[in-house]
Design a protein. Structure first.
Length: 641
């Protein structure tokens, strides 16, 4: 009896040590990753529960509850394709923005927030061009119904143009747009207040800590009581955030029906933001939910223009892994207004759940048969999954789902290892057992982090190459999505190798079936124009023999090249950025590529590129044309070899 009591005491002590060890390991090495992943999986589980219950008792729709309290004015693909926006730089859209914002304010919107920053203006060059835009900013600022956004950066904040700041009423109507990006690149939280890195950047006397854009918009809507948890856990596509409607800027600009604006915007918080395939897209916590991407934002009521349904039908179906940044801000505002943001347990209840569960698991492993102990662990994990899902669905409470489960599993492994060592009495086997159950590469993967480069850019001379596949839509219709991706990847690999490996270029991005390449950046290259033209001729030869096919159709390409100054650098927020090129020189390359359709050519270059080649190639003058968005005509040349 004494021996049995001694063994029980020894097992209890070992179980306590195992529980403490696993809790320490999880807390120090895995907690941030597991906590974030727990939230993401709980979103997926909630979606599965909702899908299972949809047939029996569907929940009330946002319209049944009076509609969501937030609406989005989307600068979307349709806007870029519609007149008067088509082919016009966004910096020149201010007259159109003014008319839309004025109509929304007159329609009774509570407040309008800008999820875009316009740091420059054409007013110094075109006097009076932005008079209406500034008038609307002045009106909205005076009424407390317009808030501009700025981006906090390590060096200098990205703030609106000084004239816009003055028109809107100064720093009182400007708030930070920054969000919290976790170590795995996913946005799950939104701050309510942030310190200004440059308090004097807007105006003297600006407070050192200000509310963020979402918090300020919610406060002006009367829904930001004191004591809100900061930062807040975002409840994506749930509660008041469900079905946030997005209205295309192009359609709103064409709308002259005041009743439409009252019907859709009265009493709402309105966010102006970018909703594009390639710009300002972020990983959010609901990334595992089916239909993640554009589907979270419901299409708003149309007013004047027909819906571009034909374009959507022609595009191959795809599942997006990212969402527009404006949707995240809209979700934060909706959560604040509805009071249905998520709530995580404080650290001490989470720690208690992990410790007590790990102790119970370790004690079971040490005292009962191995198979029974594993069966009890499996049952406990299933019950824990059900409890976490119920708390998340019913009350928006985030329990330490994976953190506790990992602790219990770790306790099971450690206790099993101890039991194995006690039975076998062989140190080598114990070490082998530990190495089997606790592989070191997992720790290396969890702990690895890289330092972000500094944001900023520079103006430099580059050559921009834009290559597109002719007739891609027709090709894509003739093959399955899997075959389409396989063929495209093979084609992209060949084009990228020509650019980067053979001609000192840099593939800046893939846009659908198009490739945008830079020569002369990020590394200096005095012969960037010659290398760009040589790459284009090599691309033309690569596809000339029919080696590349999509849907069984030989690939034919159209290539446009232009040389000139472009803004090159890391652009974005301190936590999410991309190395990119911007400017008229880049846009002109895309326009030149399209011009190949008119002349039946494969490669066209601008006169600037032709001259920069300094006689390295023979060229044929094709035509001088007027390009949309440019006052001066452009002379095009075809390289012959």
């Amino acid at each position: 009896m004494r021996g049995a009591g001694s063994a029980a005491a020894r097992d209890a002590a070992v179980a306590a040590i195992v529980a403490a060890a696993t809790a320490l390991i999880v807390a120090t090495a895995f907690a941030p990753t597991l906590d974030g992943l727990s939230i993401d999986i709980l979103f997926w589980l909630r979606d599965r529960v909702a899908a299972a219950a949809a047939g029996a008792d569907p929940p009330p729709s946002p319209q049944d509850r009076g509609g969501p309290p937030v609406a989005i004015v989307a600068i979307d693909e349709e806007t870029y394709r519609r007149e008067p926006f088509k082919g016009v730089p966004q910096a020149l859209w201010t007259p159109q923005l003014a008319s839309v914002l004025d109509a929304i304010l007159s329609g009774g919107a509570r407040v309008i927030g800008f999820d875009v920053v316009y740091p420059t203006s054409v007013e110094p060059r075109i006097t009076g061009y932005e008079r209406d835009f500034r008038r609307v900013l002045r009106r909205g600022g005076a009424e407390g119904r317009i808030v501009l956004g700025q981006v906090q950066q390590r060096e200098e904040p990205l703030i609106p143009y000084r004239g816009y700041v003055f028109a809107v009423g100064g720093s009182a109507n400007i708030r930070p747009l920054n969000l919290i990006v976790d170590a795995d690149g996913v946005i799950r939280r939104a701050p309510l207040r942030l310190p200004l890195l440059q308090p004097g950047g807007l105006a003297a006397g600006t407070p050192a800590v200000v509310e963020t854009l979402a918090a300020e918009l919610a406060r002006r809507a009367g829904a930001l009581p004191a004591g809100r948890r900061d930062p807040m856990l975002l409840n994506f596509a749930g509660g008041s955030a469900a079905g946030i409607p997005a209205y295309s800027l192009a359609d709103l600009h064409a709308c002259d029906d005041p009743a439409f604006f009252r019907r859709n915007f009265a009493g709402k918080v309105v966010l102006l933001g970018v909703v594009l395939d390639v710009e300002d897209r972020n990983l959010a916590a609901d990334r595992f939910v089916a239909g993640h991407g554009e589907a979270e934002i419901a299409a708003g009521e149309r007013c004047a223009l027909p819906s571009p349904a034909s374009q959507a039908a022609a595009a191959p179906p795809r599942r997006r892994s990212t969402v527009p940044g404006v949707y995240i801000h809209a979700t934060a505002v909706a959560n604040l207004i509805g009071g249905d943001d998520l709530h995580a347990l404080p650290w001490w209840p989470s720690a208690a759940i992990g410790l007590l569960g790990s102790f119970a698991v370790a004690a079971a492993v040490l005292r009962v048969a191995p198979l029974l102990a594993q069966g009890l662990l499996a049952a406990a994990l299933l019950l824990w999954t059900a409890a976490c899902t119920a708390a998340f669905v019913r009350a928006g409470i985030v329990l330490p789902f994976l953190g506790a489960g990992a602790g219990w599993g770790g306790a099971s492994l450690l206790a099993s290892a101890y039991r194995f060592a006690r039975v076998e009495h062989q140190h080598r086997k114990v070490r082998r057992f530990f190495s089997y159950y606790l592989p070191a590469p997992v720790l290396d993967h969890m702990m690895a982090q890289a330092r972000l480069p500094q944001l900023g850019g520079e103006l430099r001379e580059v050559s921009t190459l834009f290559v597109d596949i002719a007739g891609f839509v027709r090709m894509s219709e003739r093959c399955t999505p899997a075959r389409l991706v396989e063929d495209l990847n093979r084609y992209f690999a060949a084009m990228s190798a020509i650019v980067a490996d053979e001609h000192n270029g840099f593939v800046e991005r893939y846009i659908g079936d198009a490739v945008l390449a830079l020569f002369g950046a990020p590394l200096d290259d005095p012969d960037h124009a010659r290398h760009a033209v040589a790459a284009a001729l090599r691309m033309r030869a690569e596809v000339a023999d029919g080696h590349h096919r999509i849907g069984g159709i030989p690939v034919k390409v159209r290539i446009g090249i232009n040389s000139g100054p472009a803004l090159i650098g890391n652009v974005g927020s301190p936590r999410r950025y991309s190395y990119t090129a911007m400017g008229d020189a880049v846009n002109l390359a895309a326009r030149i590529e399209v011009a190949n359709k008119l002349f039946g050519t494969t490669v066209l270059v601008s006169e600037a590129t032709m001259r920069a080649c300094r006689g390295a190639f023979r060229f044929r003058k094709v035509e001088t044309i007027q390009v949309a968005g440019r006052r001066e005509p452009v002379t095009l040349y075809e390289p012959l070899g």
